[in-house]
Design a protein around this ligand. Structure first.
Ligand code: AMP
Ligand code: GLY
Length: 431
Protein backbone atom coordinates (compact mmCIF):
# COMPACT_ATOMS: atom_id res chain seq x y z
CA UNK A 1 0.00 0.00 0.00
CA UNK A 2 1.26 3.51 -0.85
CA UNK A 3 0.24 6.02 1.80
CA UNK A 4 0.36 9.81 1.60
CA UNK A 5 0.25 11.69 4.93
CA UNK A 6 -0.81 15.35 4.80
CA UNK A 7 0.63 17.70 7.44
CA UNK A 8 3.90 18.60 9.11
CA UNK A 9 3.59 18.29 12.88
CA UNK A 10 4.61 15.73 15.47
CA UNK A 11 1.18 14.15 15.05
CA UNK A 12 1.96 13.49 11.40
CA UNK A 13 5.44 12.25 12.34
CA UNK A 14 3.72 9.81 14.72
CA UNK A 15 1.42 8.69 11.90
CA UNK A 16 4.40 8.20 9.59
CA UNK A 17 6.29 6.25 12.27
CA UNK A 18 3.31 3.97 12.92
CA UNK A 19 2.72 3.41 9.20
CA UNK A 20 6.40 2.62 8.73
CA UNK A 21 5.96 -0.27 11.18
CA UNK A 22 3.10 -1.74 9.17
CA UNK A 23 4.24 -4.55 6.83
CA UNK A 24 1.27 -3.79 4.55
CA UNK A 25 2.79 -0.40 3.71
CA UNK A 26 5.19 -0.28 0.75
CA UNK A 27 5.88 3.45 0.52
CA UNK A 28 5.11 6.50 2.65
CA UNK A 29 4.99 10.03 1.34
CA UNK A 30 4.47 13.10 3.50
CA UNK A 31 3.43 16.53 2.28
CA UNK A 32 4.87 18.85 3.28
CA UNK A 33 6.21 16.69 6.15
CA UNK A 34 9.10 17.78 8.33
CA UNK A 35 12.82 17.22 8.75
CA UNK A 36 12.36 14.34 11.21
CA UNK A 37 10.31 12.19 8.85
CA UNK A 38 12.71 12.05 5.96
CA UNK A 39 14.17 8.65 6.88
CA UNK A 40 10.72 7.03 6.83
CA UNK A 41 8.83 9.04 4.24
CA UNK A 42 9.56 10.78 0.96
CA UNK A 43 8.73 14.45 1.44
CA UNK A 44 6.77 16.37 -1.17
CA UNK A 45 5.78 19.99 -1.17
CA UNK A 46 2.13 20.91 -1.55
CA UNK A 47 -0.34 23.54 -0.43
CA UNK A 48 -2.20 21.30 2.01
CA UNK A 49 -5.31 23.49 1.87
CA UNK A 50 -5.67 23.22 -1.91
CA UNK A 51 -7.92 20.22 -2.68
CA UNK A 52 -6.93 20.12 -6.36
CA UNK A 53 -3.20 20.21 -5.65
CA UNK A 54 -3.37 17.53 -2.94
CA UNK A 55 -5.47 15.28 -5.17
CA UNK A 56 -3.05 15.72 -8.09
CA UNK A 57 -0.19 14.73 -5.79
CA UNK A 58 -2.08 11.64 -4.55
CA UNK A 59 -2.72 10.59 -8.16
CA UNK A 60 0.89 11.21 -9.18
CA UNK A 61 2.16 9.10 -6.25
CA UNK A 62 -0.32 6.33 -7.00
CA UNK A 63 -1.48 6.57 -3.38
CA UNK A 64 -3.83 3.86 -2.15
CA UNK A 65 -4.62 5.82 1.00
CA UNK A 66 -4.32 9.48 1.97
CA UNK A 67 -4.30 10.36 5.67
CA UNK A 68 -5.10 13.98 6.45
CA UNK A 69 -3.58 15.16 9.73
CA UNK A 70 -4.69 18.75 10.41
CA UNK A 71 -8.17 20.28 10.45
CA UNK A 72 -7.68 23.10 7.93
CA UNK A 73 -7.36 20.85 4.83
CA UNK A 74 -10.44 18.89 5.95
CA UNK A 75 -12.46 22.07 6.31
CA UNK A 76 -11.16 23.16 2.89
CA UNK A 77 -12.57 19.98 1.28
CA UNK A 78 -9.35 18.05 0.67
CA UNK A 79 -10.87 14.70 1.69
CA UNK A 80 -13.88 15.25 -0.60
CA UNK A 81 -11.62 15.93 -3.60
CA UNK A 82 -9.42 12.89 -2.95
CA UNK A 83 -12.43 10.58 -2.63
CA UNK A 84 -13.93 12.08 -5.81
CA UNK A 85 -10.76 10.97 -7.57
CA UNK A 86 -11.42 7.40 -6.40
CA UNK A 87 -8.68 7.30 -3.77
CA UNK A 88 -9.36 6.16 -0.20
CA UNK A 89 -8.95 9.01 2.26
CA UNK A 90 -8.85 8.97 6.05
CA UNK A 91 -10.55 12.19 7.08
CA UNK A 92 -14.10 13.56 7.01
CA UNK A 93 -15.73 15.62 4.29
CA UNK A 94 -15.81 19.40 4.65
CA UNK A 95 -19.46 19.17 5.68
CA UNK A 96 -18.69 16.63 8.41
CA UNK A 97 -15.59 18.54 9.58
CA UNK A 98 -17.98 21.32 10.65
CA UNK A 99 -18.13 19.35 13.92
CA UNK A 100 -14.74 20.91 14.61
CA UNK A 101 -14.91 24.03 12.44
CA UNK A 102 -17.96 25.45 14.21
CA UNK A 103 -18.50 24.99 17.91
CA UNK A 104 -22.07 26.25 17.45
CA UNK A 105 -22.72 23.50 14.86
CA UNK A 106 -21.19 20.90 17.19
CA UNK A 107 -23.51 22.06 19.98
CA UNK A 108 -26.50 21.72 17.66
CA UNK A 109 -25.55 18.17 16.65
CA UNK A 110 -25.00 17.25 20.30
CA UNK A 111 -28.41 18.65 21.13
CA UNK A 112 -30.13 16.52 18.48
CA UNK A 113 -28.09 13.45 19.39
CA UNK A 114 -28.76 14.00 23.11
CA UNK A 115 -25.06 14.04 23.87
CA UNK A 116 -24.18 15.35 27.34
CA UNK A 117 -22.28 18.65 27.09
CA UNK A 118 -21.97 22.02 28.79
CA UNK A 119 -24.97 24.34 28.59
CA UNK A 120 -24.09 27.02 26.09
CA UNK A 121 -25.31 30.02 24.15
CA UNK A 122 -24.16 31.56 20.88
CA UNK A 123 -23.73 35.33 20.57
CA UNK A 124 -22.89 37.73 17.74
CA UNK A 125 -22.97 40.96 19.76
CA UNK A 126 -21.27 42.06 22.93
CA UNK A 127 -24.44 42.90 24.89
CA UNK A 128 -25.68 39.34 24.51
CA UNK A 129 -22.23 38.11 25.55
CA UNK A 130 -22.36 40.23 28.73
CA UNK A 131 -25.82 38.95 29.54
CA UNK A 132 -24.82 35.31 29.06
CA UNK A 133 -21.63 35.70 31.09
CA UNK A 134 -23.65 37.03 34.00
CA UNK A 135 -26.22 34.29 33.64
CA UNK A 136 -23.71 31.41 33.59
CA UNK A 137 -21.50 33.04 36.25
CA UNK A 138 -17.78 32.50 36.92
CA UNK A 139 -15.55 30.81 35.96
CA UNK A 140 -16.37 32.19 32.52
CA UNK A 141 -15.82 30.13 29.38
CA UNK A 142 -15.67 32.06 26.09
CA UNK A 143 -14.96 30.27 22.82
CA UNK A 144 -14.32 31.59 19.35
CA UNK A 145 -16.87 29.78 17.18
CA UNK A 146 -14.36 29.07 14.41
CA UNK A 147 -10.99 27.34 14.12
CA UNK A 148 -8.29 28.91 16.31
CA UNK A 149 -5.55 26.27 16.61
CA UNK A 150 -6.40 25.50 20.23
CA UNK A 151 -6.11 29.14 21.22
CA UNK A 152 -9.70 30.34 20.79
CA UNK A 153 -10.87 29.46 24.28
CA UNK A 154 -10.51 31.61 27.38
CA UNK A 155 -11.46 30.25 30.79
CA UNK A 156 -11.26 32.94 33.47
CA UNK A 157 -12.79 34.24 36.69
CA UNK A 158 -12.30 37.77 35.41
CA UNK A 159 -15.47 39.12 33.76
CA UNK A 160 -13.60 41.88 31.91
CA UNK A 161 -11.04 39.44 30.48
CA UNK A 162 -13.88 37.19 29.29
CA UNK A 163 -15.61 40.17 27.67
CA UNK A 164 -12.38 41.35 26.05
CA UNK A 165 -11.76 37.91 24.47
CA UNK A 166 -15.34 37.85 23.18
CA UNK A 167 -14.82 41.30 21.63
CA UNK A 168 -11.72 40.10 19.79
CA UNK A 169 -13.59 37.07 18.42
CA UNK A 170 -16.58 39.18 17.38
CA UNK A 171 -14.30 41.60 15.54
CA UNK A 172 -13.36 38.88 13.06
CA UNK A 173 -15.43 38.59 9.86
CA UNK A 174 -18.67 36.73 10.74
CA UNK A 175 -17.43 36.65 14.34
CA UNK A 176 -19.47 34.48 16.68
CA UNK A 177 -18.73 33.31 20.18
CA UNK A 178 -19.97 30.44 22.27
CA UNK A 179 -20.42 31.11 25.99
CA UNK A 180 -20.58 28.01 28.16
CA UNK A 181 -21.05 26.89 31.69
CA UNK A 182 -17.78 25.88 33.34
CA UNK A 183 -17.09 22.14 33.53
CA UNK A 184 -15.07 20.96 36.51
CA UNK A 185 -13.17 17.69 36.75
CA UNK A 186 -10.32 15.98 34.90
CA UNK A 187 -10.22 15.99 31.11
CA UNK A 188 -9.94 12.96 28.85
CA UNK A 189 -9.32 12.73 25.10
CA UNK A 190 -10.94 9.74 23.43
CA UNK A 191 -10.21 9.15 19.74
CA UNK A 192 -12.90 7.23 17.90
CA UNK A 193 -12.17 5.82 14.45
CA UNK A 194 -15.30 5.62 12.34
CA UNK A 195 -16.33 4.82 8.79
CA UNK A 196 -19.56 6.77 9.22
CA UNK A 197 -21.44 3.81 10.70
CA UNK A 198 -19.20 1.72 12.96
CA UNK A 199 -17.23 3.31 15.81
CA UNK A 200 -13.93 1.87 17.09
CA UNK A 201 -12.47 3.68 20.12
CA UNK A 202 -8.73 3.96 20.71
CA UNK A 203 -7.15 4.02 24.17
CA UNK A 204 -8.01 7.22 26.10
CA UNK A 205 -5.29 9.76 26.77
CA UNK A 206 -4.87 12.94 28.75
CA UNK A 207 -3.57 16.15 27.24
CA UNK A 208 -2.03 19.17 29.01
CA UNK A 209 -3.35 22.26 27.27
CA UNK A 210 -1.99 25.09 29.40
CA UNK A 211 1.52 26.28 28.74
CA UNK A 212 2.94 26.02 32.26
CA UNK A 213 3.06 23.60 35.19
CA UNK A 214 -0.06 23.26 37.35
CA UNK A 215 -2.18 24.36 34.39
CA UNK A 216 -1.00 27.94 34.62
CA UNK A 217 -0.80 30.36 31.71
CA UNK A 218 -2.63 30.46 28.39
CA UNK A 219 -3.98 27.52 26.38
CA UNK A 220 -1.72 25.99 23.73
CA UNK A 221 -2.13 23.29 21.11
CA UNK A 222 -1.04 20.83 23.84
CA UNK A 223 2.17 20.52 25.88
CA UNK A 224 2.21 16.81 26.67
CA UNK A 225 0.11 13.68 27.02
CA UNK A 226 0.05 10.16 28.40
CA UNK A 227 -1.89 6.93 28.05
CA UNK A 228 -3.48 4.79 29.46
CA UNK A 229 -5.53 6.46 32.20
CA UNK A 230 -5.53 4.00 35.08
CA UNK A 231 -7.56 6.44 37.19
CA UNK A 232 -10.47 6.65 34.74
CA UNK A 233 -13.73 5.04 35.87
CA UNK A 234 -14.28 1.52 34.64
CA UNK A 235 -16.51 1.43 31.62
CA UNK A 236 -15.70 5.02 30.60
CA UNK A 237 -14.79 4.14 27.01
CA UNK A 238 -17.92 2.05 26.48
CA UNK A 239 -20.03 4.79 28.03
CA UNK A 240 -18.56 7.46 25.77
CA UNK A 241 -19.02 5.35 22.65
CA UNK A 242 -22.63 4.60 23.65
CA UNK A 243 -23.66 8.08 24.77
CA UNK A 244 -21.44 10.34 22.66
CA UNK A 245 -19.59 8.91 19.66
CA UNK A 246 -22.20 6.52 18.24
CA UNK A 247 -25.14 8.96 18.61
CA UNK A 248 -23.05 11.72 17.00
CA UNK A 249 -22.00 9.49 14.10
CA UNK A 250 -25.62 8.37 13.68
CA UNK A 251 -26.89 11.97 13.73
CA UNK A 252 -24.33 13.04 11.11
CA UNK A 253 -25.42 10.13 8.87
CA UNK A 254 -29.07 11.04 9.41
CA UNK A 255 -28.30 14.57 8.20
CA UNK A 256 -26.79 13.20 4.99
CA UNK A 257 -23.28 14.29 5.98
CA UNK A 258 -21.75 11.10 7.38
CA UNK A 259 -18.63 11.55 9.47
CA UNK A 260 -15.87 9.13 8.44
CA UNK A 261 -12.41 9.56 9.90
CA UNK A 262 -11.39 10.33 13.43
CA UNK A 263 -13.88 11.80 15.87
CA UNK A 264 -11.85 13.32 18.68
CA UNK A 265 -14.02 13.48 21.77
CA UNK A 266 -12.71 15.91 24.40
CA UNK A 267 -14.41 15.18 27.72
CA UNK A 268 -14.61 16.51 31.24
CA UNK A 269 -15.42 14.01 33.99
CA UNK A 270 -17.48 16.41 36.07
CA UNK A 271 -19.19 15.98 39.41
CA UNK A 272 -22.43 15.68 37.45
CA UNK A 273 -21.14 13.07 35.02
CA UNK A 274 -19.23 12.87 31.76
CA UNK A 275 -19.62 15.92 29.50
CA UNK A 276 -18.27 16.72 26.04
CA UNK A 277 -15.99 19.77 25.99
CA UNK A 278 -15.29 19.69 22.28
CA UNK A 279 -15.19 17.63 19.14
CA UNK A 280 -12.33 17.65 16.71
CA UNK A 281 -12.42 16.06 13.28
CA UNK A 282 -8.87 14.66 13.32
CA UNK A 283 -6.22 13.06 15.48
CA UNK A 284 -5.22 15.22 18.46
CA UNK A 285 -1.72 16.53 18.94
CA UNK A 286 0.09 15.51 21.20
CA UNK A 287 -2.22 12.64 22.28
CA UNK A 288 -1.63 10.83 18.96
CA UNK A 289 2.04 10.53 19.80
CA UNK A 290 1.27 8.34 22.85
CA UNK A 291 -1.83 6.56 21.55
CA UNK A 292 -0.11 5.34 18.38
CA UNK A 293 3.02 4.36 20.32
CA UNK A 294 0.74 2.06 22.34
CA UNK A 295 -1.21 0.58 19.43
CA UNK A 296 -0.01 -2.89 18.45
CA UNK A 297 -2.41 -3.44 15.55
CA UNK A 298 -0.82 -2.23 12.30
CA UNK A 299 -2.23 1.24 11.59
CA UNK A 300 -2.68 1.29 7.81
CA UNK A 301 -5.29 -1.49 7.82
CA UNK A 302 -7.32 0.33 10.48
CA UNK A 303 -7.29 3.65 8.63
CA UNK A 304 -7.99 1.92 5.31
CA UNK A 305 -11.00 0.09 6.80
CA UNK A 306 -12.37 3.40 8.12
CA UNK A 307 -11.85 4.98 4.71
CA UNK A 308 -13.61 2.19 2.81
CA UNK A 309 -16.62 1.49 5.03
CA UNK A 310 -15.33 -1.84 6.33
CA UNK A 311 -14.59 -1.13 10.00
CA UNK A 312 -17.20 -3.65 11.14
CA UNK A 313 -14.99 -6.42 9.71
CA UNK A 314 -11.87 -5.28 11.58
CA UNK A 315 -10.68 -7.63 14.36
CA UNK A 316 -10.48 -6.01 17.83
CA UNK A 317 -7.53 -3.65 18.26
CA UNK A 318 -4.52 -4.84 20.23
CA UNK A 319 -2.46 -2.68 22.57
CA UNK A 320 1.00 -2.90 24.11
CA UNK A 321 1.22 -3.38 27.86
CA UNK A 322 2.69 -0.48 29.79
CA UNK A 323 2.36 3.24 29.26
CA UNK A 324 3.52 6.06 27.01
CA UNK A 325 4.27 9.68 27.88
CA UNK A 326 5.12 12.59 25.62
CA UNK A 327 6.60 15.94 26.57
CA UNK A 328 6.47 18.80 24.08
CA UNK A 329 9.48 21.09 23.78
CA UNK A 330 8.24 24.51 22.69
CA UNK A 331 10.13 27.48 21.29
CA UNK A 332 10.74 30.66 23.26
CA UNK A 333 7.58 32.80 23.52
CA UNK A 334 5.16 30.01 22.43
CA UNK A 335 2.09 30.17 22.44
CA UNK A 336 2.82 33.75 21.39
CA UNK A 337 4.82 34.30 18.19
CA UNK A 338 7.64 31.77 18.60
CA UNK A 339 11.33 32.54 18.22
CA UNK A 340 12.63 30.38 15.36
CA UNK A 341 15.88 29.59 13.56
CA UNK A 342 17.87 28.26 16.53
CA UNK A 343 19.85 25.00 16.31
CA UNK A 344 18.55 21.96 18.20
CA UNK A 345 21.08 19.52 19.61
CA UNK A 346 20.91 16.30 21.59
CA UNK A 347 18.14 14.51 19.65
CA UNK A 348 20.29 11.41 19.03
CA UNK A 349 21.35 11.32 22.67
CA UNK A 350 17.67 11.55 23.69
CA UNK A 351 16.85 8.60 21.45
CA UNK A 352 19.60 6.58 23.17
CA UNK A 353 17.53 6.74 26.37
CA UNK A 354 15.57 3.54 27.03
CA UNK A 355 12.16 3.55 25.33
CA UNK A 356 12.51 7.06 23.85
CA UNK A 357 11.86 8.32 20.35
CA UNK A 358 11.75 11.95 19.28
CA UNK A 359 9.11 13.24 16.92
CA UNK A 360 9.63 16.49 15.07
CA UNK A 361 7.09 19.28 14.71
CA UNK A 362 8.43 22.80 14.13
CA UNK A 363 11.86 21.88 12.80
CA UNK A 364 13.65 22.22 9.52
CA UNK A 365 16.96 20.98 8.25
CA UNK A 366 19.68 23.49 9.06
CA UNK A 367 23.27 23.81 7.90
CA UNK A 368 25.54 20.81 8.65
CA UNK A 369 22.51 18.59 9.16
CA UNK A 370 21.71 20.16 12.56
CA UNK A 371 17.95 20.79 12.70
CA UNK A 372 16.78 24.29 13.55
CA UNK A 373 13.55 25.42 15.19
CA UNK A 374 10.85 26.51 12.77
CA UNK A 375 7.63 26.65 14.79
CA UNK A 376 5.99 26.94 18.20
CA UNK A 377 5.89 23.31 19.23
CA UNK A 378 9.30 22.07 18.13
CA UNK A 379 9.69 18.46 19.30
CA UNK A 380 7.58 15.82 20.97
CA UNK A 381 9.74 13.52 23.08
CA UNK A 382 7.88 10.19 23.42
CA UNK A 383 8.76 7.45 25.87
CA UNK A 384 7.35 4.06 26.61
CA UNK A 385 7.83 2.09 29.79
CA UNK A 386 6.40 -0.86 31.70
CA UNK A 387 4.69 1.59 34.08
CA UNK A 388 3.55 5.19 33.74
CA UNK A 389 6.24 6.26 36.22
CA UNK A 390 8.98 4.58 34.18
CA UNK A 391 7.64 5.98 30.91
CA UNK A 392 7.60 9.45 32.48
CA UNK A 393 11.15 9.11 33.82
CA UNK A 394 12.33 7.99 30.39
CA UNK A 395 10.57 10.91 28.71
CA UNK A 396 12.18 13.49 30.99
CA UNK A 397 15.59 11.79 30.67
CA UNK A 398 15.16 12.23 26.92
CA UNK A 399 14.07 15.85 27.26
CA UNK A 400 17.11 16.51 29.43
CA UNK A 401 19.42 15.58 26.55
CA UNK A 402 17.99 18.16 24.18
CA UNK A 403 19.14 21.76 23.95
CA UNK A 404 17.31 24.57 22.19
CA UNK A 405 18.04 28.10 23.33
CA UNK A 406 15.06 29.72 25.09
CA UNK A 407 12.88 26.60 24.82
CA UNK A 408 10.46 25.52 27.52
CA UNK A 409 8.44 22.47 28.49
CA UNK A 410 6.14 21.39 31.31
CA UNK A 411 7.73 19.37 34.08
CA UNK A 412 4.48 17.89 35.41
CA UNK A 413 3.22 15.74 32.52
CA UNK A 414 1.56 12.61 34.01
CA UNK A 415 2.72 13.60 37.51
CA UNK A 416 -0.70 13.70 39.15
CA UNK A 417 -1.73 10.37 37.62
CA UNK A 418 1.38 8.77 39.12
CA UNK A 419 0.78 10.40 42.53
CA UNK A 420 -2.78 9.14 42.43
CA UNK A 421 -4.10 12.63 43.02
CA UNK A 422 -6.56 12.88 40.13
CA UNK A 423 -10.02 12.95 41.62
CA UNK A 424 -13.05 11.85 39.64
CA UNK A 425 -16.00 13.04 41.64
CA UNK A 426 -18.72 11.83 39.28
CA UNK A 427 -20.76 8.97 40.59
CA UNK A 428 -19.30 6.71 37.91
CA UNK A 429 -20.15 6.01 34.32
CA UNK A 430 -23.53 6.99 32.97
CA UNK A 431 -24.29 9.89 35.33
P1 AMP B 1 -11.71 23.52 23.39
O1 AMP B 1 -10.99 24.21 22.27
O2 AMP B 1 -13.18 23.67 23.36
O3 AMP B 1 -11.23 22.15 23.61
O4 AMP B 1 -11.18 24.18 24.73
C1 AMP B 1 -9.81 24.17 25.07
C2 AMP B 1 -9.66 23.92 26.55
O5 AMP B 1 -10.35 24.90 27.31
C3 AMP B 1 -10.24 22.60 27.03
O6 AMP B 1 -9.39 21.54 26.87
C4 AMP B 1 -10.48 22.90 28.49
O7 AMP B 1 -9.28 22.81 29.23
C5 AMP B 1 -10.91 24.33 28.47
N1 AMP B 1 -12.39 24.37 28.40
C6 AMP B 1 -13.14 24.41 27.30
N2 AMP B 1 -14.46 24.42 27.60
C7 AMP B 1 -14.55 24.39 28.94
C8 AMP B 1 -15.64 24.38 29.87
N3 AMP B 1 -16.91 24.46 29.47
N4 AMP B 1 -15.34 24.32 31.18
C9 AMP B 1 -14.05 24.26 31.60
N5 AMP B 1 -12.98 24.27 30.77
C10 AMP B 1 -13.22 24.34 29.45
N1 GLY C 1 -4.47 18.18 21.86
C1 GLY C 1 -5.55 18.99 21.48
C2 GLY C 1 -5.85 19.02 20.06
O1 GLY C 1 -5.26 18.34 19.26
O2 GLY C 1 -6.74 19.76 19.71
Amino acid sequence: MNVLVIGSGAREHALVAALANDPQVDAIFAAPGNAGMSSQAELRDVDVNDPTAVTALAVELDADLVVVGPEAPLVAGVADAIRDAGIACFGPSAAAAELEASKAFAKQVMHFAQVPTARAGVATDIDTVAMMLSEFGAPHVVKDDGLAAGKGVVVTDDFDEALEHAKQCLNKPNGRVVIEEFLDGPEVSLFCITDGVTVVPLQPAQDFKRVADDDAGPNTGGMGAYTPLDWAPEGLVDEVVRTVAQPTVDEMARRGTPFAGLLYVGLALTSRGTRVIEFNARFGDPETQVVLASLKTPLAGVLYAASTGTLADLPPLEWYEGAAVTVVIAAENYPGTPVTGDPITGIEEAEDVEGVHVLHAGTKAGPDGVPVSAGGRVLSVVAQGPTLAEARDNAYDGVGQIFLRGSHYRTDIAAKAIEGSIVVSSQGAGQ
